[in-house]
Design a protein around this ligand. Structure first.
Ligand code: BJW
Length: 229
């Protein structure tokens, strides 16, 4: 059985990573839509750098939770038949042991040079304008996908959705496209669809089945069920 899992901020919430649109979703009074655009970066690069530098630093203090670990166990069982598509820029899936993960909105631990377009693994701050390791230009930005930019890996994601038997969405509000449209694409190609979320999302009605609760409980239970244990 081929399974595609889409994850959003809700899967990392119990690890202590704030979501975007829940009660604690504001950052220094900004909505994510105010800081996650190329226009915001051009207008106030230091505000945007501080937002991402703070989140990159905070990664060191968080750890994968039972939901991330359960998906890693599912990969052990299904191998290439599981693909995790994450909108999250943290590295908690990888730290739990998952390797088949596509970061469609980029990664906190990566920087992209606006001069030479090269992408480099990046663990330090960017606000102090360090030089690009490849070309030396001090014009690195977070390697993340902002509103109006094209998400990464779309070809591989659409191909996986076309052949999926099961599409599962975990902890995402369905407020942001194209990810919010994956349920309809997967269903159109014949997949069964399941949503696991703390509460009703903007696309809940599009799923064959929805379960409400915390990802740290729902995901391990669903994985055990799928593996017939
Ligand atoms: C729990 C839980 C627990 C909490 N357990 N659950 C009109 C129609 C269609 C599209 C558009 C449109 N107008 C504009 C667009 C396009 C635009 C868009 O979608 N805008 C919307 C505002 C409408 N999209 C884009 O611009 C995208 N690009 C694009 O479309 O390019 C064109 C193209 C596409 C495809 C092929 C070719 C071309 C780019 C979008 C980029 C989004 N970037 C961000 C920032 C990334 C970097 C960063 O992290 O800072 O991505 S914005 C932010 O939102 C981030 C997230 O990945 C994304 C989604 O958020 P998520 O993960 O859903 O979090 P929340 O907070 O919203 O929800 C958390 C959920 O968890 C909630 O449901 C809780 O209930 C739940 N929860 N605790 C279980 N313990």
């Amino acid at each position: 059985m081929k399974v595609v899992v889409l994850t959003g901020a809700g899967i990392s919430a119990e690890s202590g990573v704030p979501t975007f649109r829940d009660a604690d979703g504001l950052w220094e009074g900004h909505h994510v839509e105010d800081v996650a655009t190329p226009e915001a970066y051009d207008a106030q690069p230091f505000v945007v750098h501080r937002f991402y530098d703070a989140r990159r630093k905070a990664l060191a203090a968080v750890a994968p939770n039972p939901a991330h670990h359960a998906l890693a166990r599912l990969e052990e069982a299904l191998g290439d038949d599981l693909l995790v598509v994450t909108q999250n820029i943290d590295d908690l899936h990888e730290r739990a042991g998952s390797s088949r993960v596509l970061h469609m909105h980029g990664e906190l631990l990566s920087a992209v040079c606006r001069a030479c377009r090269s992408r480099s693994r990046w663990e330090r701050d960017l606000a102090d304008l360090p030089p690009c390791p490849r070309c030396g230009t001090p014009d690195l930005r977070p390697d993340v996908v902002w509103f109006g930019e094209i998400p990464y890996e779309m070809d591989r994601i659409y191909l996986a959705l076309e052949s999926a038997d099961l599409f599962v969405s975990i902890g995402t509000s369905g407020a942001v496209y194209p990810a919010a449209g994956f349920v309809q694409q997967a269903a159109a190609y014949g997949a069964r669809t399941l949503e696991l979320n703390l509460q009703v999302s903007e696309v809940t009605t599009l799923f064959d089945e929805t379960r409400h609760g915390r990802a740290g409980e729902l995901v391990p239970a669903w994985v055990e069920e799928l593996l017939g244990r």
